[in-house]
Structures are given as C-alpha cells and as structure tokens.
Design a protein around this ligand. Structure first.
Ligand code: ADP
Ligand code: ZN
Length: 700
C-alpha cells in the first residue's frame, strides 16, 4: 500500500516556487532510481509531457534540495482529480521524458517488481540490470535530423522560392515521409545551405530521431523439414500443445534421457506458437550456445535472435529492438534472455534446467528458472523445463503435482544408451603395473577405439597441471592467503620459455611455483593431483600417433576458440578431446564411441549438499556424449568409490534411483527441495564486532 510521506520528494514542508495550481486535476508519476535514494518518489507530470510519459520509460527529474537532475524509471501513473489532491504543493515536476519507446512493458514491470521483493534487490537495480546497457545508451544508433514541409504549407509559395530552395521543397512535397539532410541534398543536388534557409524561413519542420548505424546480417541456413516424432515424443508434444491451447500458465518438466529427441519436440511446439503469431524464448546454458544448437533452430525458423555474451552493445541493442518490434520468432540465449522484450510471448523453454549457470550470482541475484516460472504465470503461458538429469527441486515439484511430468525414457531410433562401467582406482593403485592417471583398462579401450577410427572424450573436471602443492617434510600446503584453498600449479609457455605459476582458482591470486617449501625451506616440495594440463601431457606421451586437444577455460580464452575446437573435433582432425565439464554437455558427435571419466570423485567430497547431485549429473551428461550415432559407444568411469549411490545411479542411467536415494537425506537434514536456503554474508571492518553480529543473526 502507498504510504504517504514516504513517497513525497521534498522532505520538509517548504513552500517552493514550483508550486502548481492545486485546484486542477493532476497526473502523478511514480519514479524509481537505480541508485540511492532508490525511491519510489512521486512527481507531477506537466501537461506538455502527458502524451509522451508512460510507465516503463525513463525520465529526468529534479532530486533533493539542490534539484540536481537524475534519471529514473517511471513505474506508474496515477490521475488525481482536483478534489482528491491531498498533497498538491509538495510534488516537483518531471523535467523530461527520455525514451521514445517503453523499455519495460507492464509484464516486465511486474516481473522486476516481483524480483525486487523476492530476491531483496532494489527495483531500480533490477530494471537497470534486465534492460541491456546498449539499449539504455542507444548503442549503435545516431541522432539524425529529418526534414518535412509543414502540413499547412502553401503550394503556391513553393513556386516563389529561389531555385535550389524550390527544388528542395518540391522533393519534400513529393515524398511520403520526412527525409534526412543527406537524402535531401542528394536528391535536390544541393548543399545543406538552402535546406537550412528553408528551416529559418519556417517552411520546413525538423524532427530528431535515432536510427541504427549497425547492419547486422541475417544468417541464411538451409531449411530442414520436421522429423516425424516417435511415440514418447508425441505424448510430450501433445501435452505442450494442449497447454498452449488452454492459454494458461503451466510448467511441464520434460525428463528425457540424453539423445531422446527433446530439442525436436521443442522446435515443433515452437512452430505451433509461431502459428499464433507469438514468440518463444529458449534458454540454454551459455556453454551450450554453440553454433550447432543455434543452427538447428535457424534451420527451422525464419527469424532467430541469438543472444550470446560476445555481442557488442550495438548488436545487443539491435536485437532488443527487433525482438520488441515483434520481428523475431525465436529468442535463444543464456539466463538473461528470459528478459527478452517479446511483445506477445507464447512459450518459454528452459533446456538443461538443472544447470547451476541459470543462477546469477551478482546483484540482482536470481535463478532464471524461478524467473521463468514467474514470467510464464504473468503472461498465462506454458513453460517447459527439459533435462536428462532434472534438479531435485523440479523433480520434487513434479512429484507434488505442481509441474506436469513428461517422460522420454529412451533414445530415438531405439539407439541403446551407452554401456557404462566403473574402474575401481583403489585396486588400480595397488597393482604394480600402475602408472599415471589413465588406468590400464582405459588405456586399452583408448587403443581399441583409435584402431577402430572412433573418437574419444576424456573428462577431468580440474584444470591446471598439478592440483596441490605440499611439503613432504613439514606437511605445509601452499594455500591462497585470501581464500585458504590450495593453489593450483599451471605451466605456461610464453615465447617458448616455460613459466610455472601457482594460481588460486577462486580469486586469481598467483605466485611463481615454489621449488622449496615456503614454510620450512625443504628442498623437495611435492606437486600432487592431476589437472587437465597434466592429463593432456600424459595422453600425448602415451598415444603419440593421435591428435589430442584440450578444452578448458585456460585454452578457450578467445571468443571463437570454443567453436573452432569443436569444429576440428567434428571434422575428425582431433581424435582425443580432453577437458573439463566444458566438454560434458550438449555435444552431439556420432563418432564418439568412447568416453572416459578420469576421476568421478572430484566433486563428490566438496562441502556442498548438492555434491552427490552434481556428480550424478556430470557423469550422466558426459556418458550421454557417446553412442549417439549408429556405431554405439561405451563409457569407463574411474573412481575411488564405485559403490557411491550417485555413481551407481549414473552407471545405470537411473535418475529415479538417484532421486529415491538422495531425497530422504535432504528431507532429514532440512535441505532443499524441502526448505529454502539463504546465504547471509556479514562484512565489517572489525572482526569481533562482525562475528558478534553474525552470532546474533544465527541465534535469532
Ligand atoms: P536431446 O535434446 O534429447 O539430447 P536431440 O533432440 O538432440 O536429443 O536428438 C538427438 C538426435 O536425434 C538429433 O540428431 C535429432 O535430429 C534426432 N532425432 C530427434 N527426434 C528423432 C526422431 N523422432 N526420429 C529420428 N531422429 C530423431
Ligand atoms: Zn584466493
């Protein structure tokens, strides 16, 4: 409810010179700001701005005693008739309306308001974050002056004008729309001088408008026909169509194993949406925004906007406008694409819904899945969540009947799921012949696959060379002084000279890799644990005849390196792909017949209640990268704990089994999905005071 006083923008009861006539009707605009003092504050709308102001546009308003000009968002307009005006002389006037077009529709205002309440962020901050900065700054556009004749111009007057000016006026008289100075001078064959004279004489009217300077080209991809759906796909498709036709909110959880044809179902459902002249948003993890994914959609639909993180401000602005104008049928993007300004949204798809990257970890913090649910509710449309390994939150919602469950338990064309077996590293390490991190069974499997001209994916979810540095004499572990986690050893070869660093993977703190113990100076400090860099070295040493490529965030630093690497792999130029979770997801290469997991336990013992869930997801997802073609495929999982339920369930492709094992523990210890968790961070300059305050919070 509105509280009076709170919204007034003059703190004291001062009679100010801008006092308006309190007897007449007035329109009041509620304005919020993206920084202190946040608002909302109320302002009066002067009559000359009545036409242009609207909720969702930015305005310039005077703020504070000094009346400095500040930009704010208009979030509401209320009309008060003269009789009800309760605080007529306190309100200042809006100075200016900044935007020609509404930046946040009513739905978007409601959505951001909800986010502000739910995630405890300022509404202005949320709006600021969901409207791309390129849109706010009109990136890639420039202001251009357009000329036209006044509507009441007299044709006879034109004849009396001097030569060049007459030519200009005649051109405009024959034009259906206002023209720019450039166009006009070209058409009339003159300089700007006669045009300017006409403006001075009051013959021409000028208006300023922003136009796009960028030229984003449309990609043309050969169109592909639909694939006839199989029985499971049809059931899922029908359920989505039914939901679309009901024109009501509903969340459908599509649990389909890797390669079950989920994307095909999404695309055919979107076709239906487009038939209603509505738009669809498809959210995928950033890492899956590969050309491969995008081309699949571009090969079906005429207008697809791909919102990836490498867009320039100007490109982002251009896409935003195209989307807002209704010129885009399908928007594909990472989490922030949920804020795409589609004018008539019909369906939201959120693929790989279990992915933690849908969560934004900076202000305004949000989870795209929850925002998608809210947006679907506001717009009265269905939301489809898809995954081979649903989050336990979504699974629980489906069990409780809040989401509708759609199951696609088998792969298309009766392709079998890959056979997965574990290799017990405890036994391997005991055996005499053991050396390196690739066990004998895995070495043999790689050899066989190479002989058969198959391709191989080796997953190790740790980058760097060695993953820990410890002194065997005093036991000292080289940790980050800020984060207290072990530093990872990296080798670099800039200008052929090898340099070795120890780097904190959390905060990027780095030192030269020590050759003595920094604590006791013992001359024999030990580097232990294996990262992808060392794994790559080992692979190259053992299989010198094969080409090996490493993909992790150290090697994939350039904007296109990810695509280039995958392209080489697709073409068969690379036989062995080594990498972190970056290679575990979404890739569809029919020739991959072997997947090796170097150490399934890397995430298992992290102090995170989702450690088991993440392990299950990672192993299942990477296993899904093989057996996608007619050649089949198999998976070898190296682990110290083959009996762990998460690994057991992944080996058997048994999501339900995993959920049944995991959920009771979550319930018992009060973890999500049975409760919600909030992380509170208490910061302060004084350790004791900060501790005391944190204690106080914990006790309450
Ligand atoms: P998912 O998204 O579940 O991993 P995809 O949609 O990527 O599965 O489908 C895997 C492969 O199977 C793709 O190459 C796709 O074109 C193909 N496919 C999908 N549906 C069918 C079908 N009904 N019949 C034959 N092939 C299909
Ligand atoms: Zn650190």
């Amino acid at each position: 409810m509105r509280q009076q006083g709170l919204f007034d923008n003059t703190p004291e009861d001062v009679e100010a010179p801008w006092i308006a006539d309190s007897a007449s009707d007035q329109t009041v605009a509620t304005i919020i700001f993206s920084e202190m003092p946040w608002g909302p504050f109320d302002y009066r709308v002067p009559s000359d701005l009545m036409e242009s102001i609207a909720p969702g546009k930015r305005v310039a308003v005077p703020l504070g005693r000094g009346n400095r000009t500040v930009t704010g968002f208009c979030v509401a307009l209320t009309h008060e008739s003269g009789g009800q005006v309760s605080r007529p002389h306190k309100l200042k006037f809006v100075d200016e309306v900044i935007d020609d077009r509404v930046l946040a529709s009513d739905h978007m205002l409601q959505l951001t308001k909800w986010m502000s309440d739910y995630y405890l962020a300022r509404w202005g901050q949320v709006l600021q974050a969901v409207i791309p900065s390129g849109v706010r700054t009109s990136a890639g556009t420039r202001e251009v002056t357009f000329y036209e004749l006044y509507s009441d111009f007299d044709h006879e007057e034109i004849e009396k004008l001097p030569g060049k000016q007459r030519k200009v006026a005649q051109m405009l008289a024959g034009s259906l729309m206002p023209l720019t100075g450039d166009q006009l001078s070209k058409m009339a064959g003159c300089t700007m001088a006669p045009i300017r004279s006409l403006v001075k004489k009051g013959v021409l009217n000028t208006t300023k408008r922003r136009i796009n300077t960028g030229n984003t080209t449309k990609t043309s991809v050969t169109k592909q026909p639909n694939i006839p759906l199989n029985a499971d796909q049809s059931v899922a498709y029908d359920a989505i169509i039914e939901s679309l036709r009901a024109q009501q909110y509903e969340t459908l959880l599509m649990h389909g194993v890797t390669g079950s044809g989920k994307t095909e179902v999404y695309m055919q459902a979107i076709e239906e949406v487009i038939r209603y002249r509505r738009q669809a948003i498809v959210l995928v993890p950033e890492i899956s925004l590969t050309p491969q994914t995008c081309e699949r959609f571009q090969s079906r639909f005429d207008t697809v906007a791909v919102l990836h993180s490498h867009l320039s401000d100007a490109e982002r602005h251009w896409h935003w406008q195209q989307i807002a104008d209704g010129n885009v049928q399908v928007v594909i993007g990472a989490r922030s694409a949920i804020f795409a300004p589609t004018p008539h949204l019909g369906l939201v798809i959120l693929d790989e819904e279990h992915e933690p990257t849908f969560k934004q970890e900076t202000i305004p913090r949000y989870h795209a899945r929850d925002v998608a649910i809210k947006r679907a509710q506001l717009e009265g449309i269905p939301l489809v969540l898809g995954s081979a390994t649903p989050s336990l939150e979504s699974w629980q919602s489906a069990s409780a009947g809040e989401f509708k469950l759609l199951s696609m338990p088998s792969r298309v064309l009766d392709r079998p799921l890959p056979h997965v077996s574990t290799i017990d590293l405890r036994a391997e390490y005991k055996s005499k012949s053991h050396r390196g991190v690739i066990s004998r069974p895995l070495v043999n499997a790689i050899k066989e696959t190479l002989n058969d001209n198959g391709q191989i994916i080796l997953l190790l979810n740790r980058r760097g060379y060695s993953t820990s540095i410890q002194c065997p004499s005093c036991g000292h572990v080289v940790n980050c002084p800020q984060c207290e986690i072990p530093l990872t050893h990296h080798k670099f070869a800039p200008n052929q000279k090898l340099s070795e660093l120890a780097i904190c993977h959390w905060c990027e703190y780095e030192i030269n890799a020590p050759d003595r113990c920094p604590d006791c100076s013992f001359d024999g400090i030990r580097y232990g644990g294996v990262g992808t860099q060392k794994l790559e070295t080992e692979v190259k040493a053992r299989f010198p005849e094969a080409t090996c490529l490493r993909m992790d965030s150290d090697t994939m630093t350039r904007p296109n390196s990810h695509e280039k690497a995958l392209d080489r792999f697709r073409k068969g130029e690379v036989q062995i792909l080594v990498g972190t979770q970056m290679i575990a997801k979404g890739l569809d290469f029919p020739n991959v017949t072997l997947v090796g997991v170097i150490n399934a336990d890397t995430a298992l013992h992290l102090p995170d209640f989702r450690a088991g869930e993440r392990t299950f997801q990672l192993v299942t997802q990477v296993a899904g990268r093989t057996g996608r073609g007619s050649r089949g495929g198999y998976v070898l999982v190296q682990t110290f704990t083959p009996e762990h339920p998460a690994i057991q369930a992944a080996v058997k492709h048994q999501f339900e089994m995993f959920a049944e094992k995991e959920l009771p523990g979550r319930q018992q210890f009060g973890y999500p999905p049975f409760c919600s968790m909030v992380r509170l961070i208490v910061r302060g300059p004084d350790e004791q005071q900060t501790m005391a305050f944190a204690d106080l919070l914990a006790r309450n």
